[in-house]
Write a protein that binds this ligand. Sequence first.
Ligand SMILES: Nc1ncnc2c1ncn2[C@@H]1O[C@H](COP(=O)(O)OP(=O)(O)O)[C@@H](O)[C@H]1O
Ligand SMILES: [Mg+2]
Length: 267
Amino acid sequence: MTRDALLTVDNLSMRFGGVVAIDDVSFTAYGHEITAIIGPNGAGKTTVFNCLTGFYRPSGGRLALNRDGKSLRLERLKGHRIVRDAGVVRTFQNVRLFAGMTVLENLVVAQHAVLTRASYYNFGGLLGLKSYRNAERAAIGRAREWLDRIELTARADEPAGNLPYGAQRRLEIARAMCTGPRLLCLDEPAAGLNPHESADLARFLVAIRDRFSIGILLIEHDMSVVMGISDHIIVLNYGQKIADGAAAEVRHDPTVIAAYLGEEEDG
Ligand SMILES: Nc1ncnc2c1ncn2[C@@H]1O[C@H](COP(=O)(O)OP(=O)(O)O)[C@@H](O)[C@H]1O
Ligand SMILES: [Mg+2]
């Protein structure tokens, strides 16, 4: 099988005043693969996601998402167009659900950014346009499919904030998937999960990759998850890329081991 480059990051830099959070980082993420981004705390991992998804405008470099034979420059797109046109979605290091909305509503609301492709969305609701109603019905259908996949159908009408932590994390991933992404960016999805839940999560991510044939960018500290499911691993340390390769290569790389030993001393 040929590997198609889904995301090409070239010479990405991000500075905050005097702090260089990302220093000239380049890497490629492929379609149908799980690409892990690992590294000690403060290495710049979340900042990469913030640049990819339009939260920060990079200080330098180019971020190209290859879709349908076209190359979209993410650093030039607004956040909602990054979701809608480029198909890049993310989750956050800390759970960011709408806690007061129901589980189902969280999944429907997420699709509105995509539904607005039909620009009548806002007024369509008021006017009761047929196309609006069809789009809304499709959104609810997709939401229900995902609830089924994450085994939360029975709790569809409860406030999302009532769910146990592990279920909230699954719901966040489902919410991102409801938008039909090409590249799913997950920021420490296993944080706070017990070993059993982490193993479930790992299987879930593999199933998403295989079934929907999308690329996954995975920031994760849990090495059992990373080493078990990543097709490819990128290691950052102090904003620089220090390794890039298959799990078997990266885990024995002395530079990588040294970077992590430093972290343990920090506690
Ligand atoms: N908005 C910001 N303003 C100033 N410094 C920031 C900002 N965001 C991140 N940083 C700094 O960039 C570095 C990388 O942070 P981050 O990307 O969150 O690391 P990681 O996710 O790998 O733990 C850290 O030194 C952090 O303090
Ligand atoms: Mg982070």
